[in-house]
Design a protein. Structure first.
Length: 197
């Protein structure tokens, strides 16, 4: 179809002539509502982004002299981060002459890895960087899969629920109808039962 005829046909239908494949011989064009097409593309991209799992790197700082309760608290938080599907960077910070006892830092990191071995694997072994010794933990494949499923379910439920203020955003209609039927049923039963003298 010649270009002029295609443009005329698009104008008569009130649509746009969009070039789909400019490198083809002859170029491929399509008659469509371009604004609607761009809107639908943007909507699909935002839905895909919402369903996508983003892995964050959370950092937990410890010291060689960290007390038992603080250690347990930080390990519990690290477990929560990992169960959410994130990675955790466990850092031991040495101050002053503590740097001479690197074995204490290594022992603490090994304890953390041991305490979290059911939900995490060591992605990067302990290593020194200046006055910091760190190790990176990643969720096990089983935990990561569970986190992805939770994100998908949350995205699906967010997709199904209407926005606030939309019709049907309040109580479900079935629940209110059932309550009215229950009120009517006792009244009907009283009307049918014979009254005692």
């Amino acid at each position: 179809m010649p270009l002029e005829a295609a443009l005329e046909r698009a104008r008569t239908e009130g649509l746009d002539l969009v070039e789909i494949s400019p490198m083809a011989s002859p170029p491929v064009c399509k008659i469509m509502d371009y604004g609607k097409f761009k809107y639908e593309e943007k909507k699909k991209a935002s839905e895909a982004k919402r369903a996508q799992v983003t892995v964050l790197l959370k950092e937990v700082k410890l010291r060689p002299k960290t007390e038992e309760h603080d250690y347990e608290f930080k390990v519990r938080n690290t477990r929560r981060f990992i169960e959410d599907g994130n990675k955790a960077k466990v850092v031991i910070q040495f101050r002053g002459r503590e740097i001479t006892h690197k074995e204490q830092g290594t022992a603490i990191l090994e304890d953390v890895a041991k305490d979290l071995k059911d939900v995490a694997v060591v992605e990067q072994m302990p290593r020194m960087e200046g006055r910091l010794m760190f190790m990176i933990l990643a969720p096990t494949p089983k935990v990561a899969q569970k986190a992805r499923e939770l994100v998908r379910q949350a995205a699906a439920s967010a997709k199904r629920t209407p926005p606030p203020g939309a019709p049907g955003a309040g109580k479900p209609a079935a629940a209110s109808d059932g309550a009215e039927e229950k009120k009517e049923a006792p009244a009907a039963a009283e009307a049918q039962s014979p009254t005692a003298p």
